[in-house]
Design a protein around this ligand. Structure first.
Ligand SMILES: [Cu+2]
Length: 472
């Protein structure tokens, strides 16, 4: 089941014959080159070319995957809030692809979800999309292709990158900005749930297959390889973290430093707070400012010892300091979104509340678990119907032993209750609901068009954990 399909092998061979190792730096320039113009048509503002990519995360350790514009992560795309952008997507692979613009309030057609009706890009085809980027903040783009049992597709691949939407006026005080996308590589099927997954209980004996990984990187390099993040004492560094994992939550620490969380999923939080450890669920973004006040060479990385030793981190090096990067185990803390929220006011009335119960149907030894929303798996779930301009509440009940990063396309929602604790003002598009927990969120139906709701765990969404929201 994990063997490489012959088409991919062929693509890989051809690619290796014709191209030297891809240049893997983050940069916008690649977004504007590399595509052939189409006769009689203006060049798109952004070009993304999906193709096989090979890159070295550590000496001799080469990752073979698919990526955008020959690099992993894809180029950082800077867009201006409200300024229309055309995007050409070229698909140099032998399978259908689709690019999802995660966290943007755009049309269903451009959003990049075939379930909503966005058109996919045919194998060896090309398609143009138009979008009006919004809202401002840290967004991202990634493959929204169905992977199913194929660990080379969708978010198991290198098809992800940042979109930074510049606000009309930039707030915040910082001296330097660093974009870090976290990803695991070389996925394989295993009987075990990740021990590191804080939100998970031990798997039942009849549990189906889970996914493990053999290699890890922050951007395109494993810890100890590539350039460290170079800082000076007293500097304020704004980190943009993106968890581009197909399946896993990552907890991140930088010993001797604190993260001042200023935005979650790109949206400014009402109550910025300092914490020692960040929990970043799959698809979540955290913007955090770190004041560099502890000179040394440190590991910025996962708190999971095994994964960090396998490269899941990056070095932070103060000017004039040398040596191997140091790690200090942080105290165990529980992530609490409500820390960054406001005291809740009067509950606002909602048009309707949707109670959604999530359950697992264990797949048994060697099989695949299925996931249900109110007893049904996609495409039999829903649809949930909303009316434009009205406000709605989701009540999420996780009756399973796994954590779920719950994502609503094309809208943001406000956290109103996390595990029984009321809060307000934290706006997100993805929220991690731990095993056997509950949460409530509210949103305004302000972007007509089909809207996908799903768990961002690739192995969950592809096995039933999705529903469509329709406008009446
Ligand atoms: Cu899930």
């Amino acid at each position: 089941m994990t063997s490489v399909p012959s088409k991919i092998r062929e693509d890989r061979r051809k690619f290796l014959e014709t191209v030297a190792l891809a240049s893997c730096g983050l940069g916008i320039q690649a977004a504007f080159s590399g595509a052939l113009p189409i006769l009689g048509e203006e060049k798109a503002d952004v070009t993304l070319r999906i193709s096989p990519v090979s890159f070295e995360i550590a000496p001799g350790k080469v990752i073979h995957t698919y990526g955008y514009n020959g690099q992993v992560p894809g180029p950082i795309l800077r867009m201006k809030e409200g300024a229309a952008v055309t995007v050409d997507v070229f698909n140099d692979t032998g399978h259908e692809e689709i690019v999802h613009w995660h966290g943007q309030m755009i049309s269903s057609e451009a959003d990049g979800s075939v379930e909503e009706g966005s058109p996919a890009v045919a194998p060896h085809g090309r398609r143009r999309y138009s979008l009006i980027p919004k809202p401002a903040g840290s967004r991202w783009y990634h493959s929204h292709a169905f992977a199913g049992k194929n660990l080379h597709r969708g978010l198991y691949s290198g098809q992800f990158g940042f979109v930074y939407i510049e606000p009309k006026s930039e707030a915040g005080r910082y001296d330097r900005e660093v974009f870090l996308a976290m990803h695991q590589w070389e996925p394989y099927y295993s009987a075990d749930m990740q021990e590191s997954d804080e939100g998970s209980a031990p798997p039942p004996p009849n549990n189906g297959m889970e996914v493990g990984y053999r290699a890890f990187s922050f951007n395109d390099k494993a810890l100890g390889h590539g350039e460290p993040i170079k800082v000076r004492e007293g500097e304020r560094v704004l980190f943009h973290f993106l968890n581009a994992s197909a399946t896993e939550t990552v907890n991140v620490a930088l010993p001797a430093h604190e993260f001042e969380v200023v935005a979650l999923d790109g949206n400014a939080v009402p109550n910025p707070k300092k914490v020692r450890v960040l929990q970043v669920g799959a698809a979540e973004r955290i913007d955090a400012v770190v004041t560099m006040n502890a000179p040394g060479v440190w590991i910025l990385g996962t708190t999971d010892d095994d994964d960090r030793k396998d490269g899941f981190g990056i070095a932070v090096e103060y000017a004039g300091r040398k040596g191997s990067p140091q790690w200090i185990k942080p105290e165990k803390t529980l992530w609490d979104y409500t820390l960054f929220g406001r005291e809740p006011g009067e509950a606002s009335p909602v048009e309707e509340q949707f109670e959604l119960v999530f359950k697992k149907i264990p797949g048994g030894h060697g099989g695949f678990n299925r996931w249900t929303i109110n007893g049904k798996s996609y495409p039999k779930t829903g649809p949930l119907t909303v009316r434009e301009g009205k406000r709605y509440r989701f009540i999420f009940r996780n009756e399973s032993d796994d954590a779920h990063p719950l994502h609503l396309h094309r809208h943001s929602f406000e956290l109103t209750k996390m595990n029984g604790k009321p809060t307000s003002g934290v706006m997100k598009d993805t929220v991690v609901l731990n095993a056997f927990k509950t949460a409530e969120v509210e949103f305004t139906a302000d972007n007509p068009g089909n809207t996908l709701f799903h768990c961002h765990q690739q192995l969950h969404m592809d096995f039933g954990f999705m529903a469509i929201l329709k406008y009446a």
